[in-house]
Structures are given as structure tokens and as C-alpha cells.
Design a protein. Structure first.
Length: 163
């Protein structure tokens, strides 16, 4: 227990907190609009991740029968590894299990628990952030386990991960 919370709950809250931090750059520094409080700090997430890569979706696995809540629900996605930014020297395909949370940016709209058929359609290119959990790769969370590919974002993440 950590401060009255289970270790699992503390870990989930710390991951969620890291994912939801605002970007370090201010509008004055970049000339960009100020990010919303829900803008994930992808550089911080990349630094804390065990695996970061650009991948093309090969297939989505079977969806869970329930949404994540007290018990996490996952759906596997098989990716073709296009560009490894951080992690072990993997090649070919990698399977990442993503949290399925109703109403999230990565979920299919409606009442049936599943990852977004649009975002995770075969052929979609995504920037993926994962951690190692036992013998499997697990996406960070429903907000930033995978985000649509953007060359500028990938370049920023790559630069931040250089030694």
C-alpha cells in the first residue's frame, strides 16, 4: 500500500498523470496555441516507456466483452514495426495490448467495447508507447498508448530520446 492505495492503483495514477501533463513549450516559445490540459506530454511518456515505435496496424485482435473499469480490459493489436525509436532490437511484427476504455480517444464509439475500428484499421500508421508487463507489451493507457502518426511529433520524440 502507498498512502492508502494499492501499488497497482498508484502505478495507474502515476502513468495517467504523466500522460496528461501539459507540453513543456509555452505558446510564447513556439507561437502555437496553448495545449489543452488533456494534451499528453509524449516526450515524457517516450522517456518513461520501455518500447516506442512507429508501426503499421496489421490486425486488431478480438475485443474484450466489457469496458475497462475496476478490471482492465485489453485488446491486442499486431503491428508491423516500421521505425524503432526505443526498446529492444525487435524486428518484423510486435503485439501490443491496449486498454479499452469507453468514451476514450482510442475506443470505438457506442456501447460495444472495442478499440476504434478507424484508428486501428489495418494499414493505419501509429506512434506506439508501451511498457513491459510480464511477457507482454502493454500500451500506456487509453489516451496515449497509440497516437496517429505525425512526422513532426516523431522527430520531437526521436530527438528527445537521443543520448
Amino acid at each position: 500500500m502507498i498512502g492508502g492505495m494499492s501499488v497497482w492503483a498508484a502505478l495507474v495514477l502515476s502513468i495517467y498523470g504523466a500522460c496528461m501533463q501539459r507540453l513543456d513549450a509555452t505558446p510564447k516559445q513556439t507561437g502555437a496555441e496553448e495545449p489543452s490540459p488533456r494534451t499528453p506530454d509524449l516526450v515524457a511518456i517516450a522517456k518513461a516507456s520501455d518500447l516506442v515505435f512507429v508501426g503499421t496496424v496489421v490486425q486488431r485482435g478480438a475485443p474484450p466483452s466489457f469496458w475497462s473499469g475496476r478490471i482492465p480490459a485489453y485488446q491486442a493489436v499486431t503491428y508491423r514495426l516500421d521505425d524503432l525509436l526505443k526498446g529492444p532490437a525487435l524486428r518484423g511484427k510486435v503485439v501490443v495490448e491496449h486498454l479499452v476504455v469507453g468514451g476514450s480517444a482510442t475506443a470505438e464509439p457506442g456501447d460495444t467495447p472495442a478499440l476504434s475500428a478507424t484508428m486501428f484499421a489495418a494499414g493505419s500508421r501509429l506512434l506506439v508507447f508501451a511498457t513491459r508487463a510480464d511477457e507482454r507489451w502493454v500500451g500506456w493507457n487509453d489516451v496515449c498508448g497509440a497516437v496517429p502518426y505525425d512526422a513532426k511529433v516523431v522527430a520531437s520524440v526521436r530527438a528527445a530520446l537521443r543520448p
